[in-house]
Design a protein around this ligand. Sequence first.
Ligand SMILES: *Cc1c(COP(=O)(O)O)cnc(C)c1O
Length: 432
Amino acid sequence: MNQLPKLLGFQLNNQEWFAENVSLLSIAQKYGTPCYVYSKQALIEAFSAYEGACLRLDGSRRARVHFAMKSNSNLAILDLFAGLGAGFDLVSGGELDRVIAAGASPAVCVFSGVGKSVAEISRALQVGVKCFNVESIPELTRINAVAKQLNLIAPISLRVNPDVDAKTHPYISTGLKDNKFGIAYESVLETYLAAKNMSHCNITGIDCHIGSQILDINPYIDALDRIFLLIKELRTHGIEIHHLDIGGGLGIDYGGEEAPNITDFANTLLNHIESCGFGDLEIIFEPGRSLVGNAGLLLTKVEYLKPTEAKNFCIVDAAMNDLMRPAMYEAFHHIEPVVQKAIPQNIYDVVGPVCETGDWLGKDRPLAVEPDDVLMILSAGAYGSSMSSNYNTRPRAAEVMVSDHQTYLIRERETIQSLFAGEHLLPKKNEG
Ligand SMILES: *Cc1c(COP(=O)(O)O)cnc(C)c1O
């Protein structure tokens, strides 16, 4: 693994990298670094790949994509997907207000997450989300109570933990028995029966989400088969399910992985659902990473080259606060200079300025670089900017979208002042 991932929207031309024909070097010069760059064309192509399976030839729908906005919640990206007909999967009240700010309708939003607060539930009920993806009986009880108080009915789906192994990184596997997500398979029936007896809950669906960066379709088929058994059992108890939400989690190519083709993946699942007799259900996909991951990259400038006895370090101006995935999951991101120079290569650990040993972006990378060169860290469109922080009082990076050969600033670089604007000193004792 250290191959260039297959990219849409970014091309190498005469030793120089471009985003839809705009030079990445010119973007770095215009907007500064670190800077996230997205290709609108790549976002549209990834979305269309799902739609290729979700839409029938006559234009009717087999399924709908609900973008998992925690992967990238920039308003311009939400607006783009909303315009293409996406719904959204959200996991907090903050994300709900973001998606509304982007102009999307709450009626196409499903609300996931294990810890929904009373305030979040109340707001979601008032604006009218499509449904709550419920993860426990206490949550169900709380949703019912809040709905009763507001004199509203809460549409609910139960998130099933199907106990299948998605064979991904332990931190991003969510469908196994021993993690915090979903309702244990054996308890699903009793939880639906409890929901049925709640005055202000209306059962509309069933959902699961088995993990992230999944490269194999089999765990999805296993999860579906287990859910089909539940749906049949629920029918015998007079509970009709209207929608089936398969979750997200499809993996992408970061550096040589064989990621399933999106359209084939979605077609295989939809065909399986139909062949098992569940084609009448409304089907939902909740992809995040596979829509945005390879449509974005992070530009960073080389500050110093620091040879040491054990290693050569390439110290850049992006850090773990900008892109947390390497520090958090030991994730691999391909790194490449935006202008390829005919100078000797060295092996470098690419690291940021943050005061943590875990602050690295790539290890043992062959690079032909000099100070002030601009590098691109690929596949950074998902869980990049949205997971960024201000650690070490570092302003969050600018974000730029390339669209039809133009660049648009879709998020301004934060100012340092804004980072402590909400902080207050203790009052000083009066002296004398
Ligand atoms: C994170 C998440 C997703 C998206 O996962 P990806 O791996 O980015 O596709 C979908 N559904 C739920 C409930 C999630 O928590």
